[in-house]
Design a protein around this ligand. Structure first.
Ligand code: 13P
Length: 248
């Protein structure tokens, strides 16, 4: 019988920390025996710290992610970073379509689909982020919004074979607000997303995850992992989330 897939806990550092703090945090995560044993732990540092974090993680079990990538592999795109460059740095997974990219950098569904295709071409696994805003939730349009986002994200030629498919459901109103979504709300959306994707898709939740709510979220069968923002910036709170997920 195949082993049940390990839950994920991914820390998205966003545009935070300095080099020294990034090194210290990466070391503490890399040295913690809970990371990798029963949980797949990932870190998404800012681009300038990727190489150093990659060295610290070495060949250990912690996964290295990019926070974004350009849709083209190379060219005159000042300030951008491509999929092949991320691969070069030892990155294996990349966030695509985070709501901060959609909202603050004007990324639309078409751009996100091109980035997903670029990631797959570069040999990276995209972690596709979707989520409704407060107005959409309050007008009962959460699932329609997310369905449209997932369908728009699907590469034209379908998801490649048995490749890993990771989606992160991050309701915009829950990100950085302290308003974590309820387990049942999350379960309903995850079940809806699962119906749109091949059977082996894994669906993570993100939005105000902290050491106090992680265990309850992780116990929900529909939740295959957690994507953590602010609480991933200190080893104490991030590792507490890893442990809570381990014990759930
Ligand atoms: P917070 O955990 O700070 O709400 O951020 C969530 C997030 O955006 C992770 O990608």
């Amino acid at each position: 019988m195949s082993q049940p897939a390990k839950p994920w806990v991914i820390g998205n550092w966003k545009m935070n920390l300095d080099r020294r703090a990034a090194e210290t945090l990466a070391k503490e995560v890399a040295d913690d025996p809970a990371c990798g044993a029963v949980i797949r732990v990932g870190l998404a540092p800012p681009f300038p710290y990727l190489e150093r974090v990659a060295e610290i993680l070495g060949h250990g079990p912690v996964t290295l992610l990019g926070q974004d990538l350009h849709s083209e592999p190379r060219g005159a795109y000042t300030g951008s970073v491509s999929g092949p460059m991320l691969r070069d740095m030892g990155v294996t997974h990349v966030l695509v379509g985070h709501s901060e990219r959609r909202r603050l950098h004007g990324e639309d569904d078409d751009m996100i689909r091109r980035k997903i295709t670029a990631a797959v071409k570069a040999g990276l696994t995209p972690v596709v982020c979707v989520g409704e805003d407060l107005a959409q939730r309050e007008s009962q349009r959460a699932m329609t919004t997310i369905t449209a986002q997932v369908e728009a994200a699907l590469p034209a030629d379908g998801w490649p074979g048995q490749g890993e498919i990771l989606v992160a459901y991050e309701p915009v109103w829950a990100i950085g607000t302290g308003h974590v979504a309820g387990r049942e709300q999350v379960a309903e959306i995850h079940a809806g997303i699962r119906r749109l994707l091949p059977g082996h898709a894994r669906i993570l939740y993100g939005g105000s995850v902290d050491p106090d709510n992680a265990a309850s979220l992780a116990r929900e069968e529909e939740i295959d992992g957690l994507l953590v923002g602010s609480a991933s910036l200190s080893a104490a709170s991030f590792l507490a989330i890893v442990r809570a997920t381990t014990q759930a």
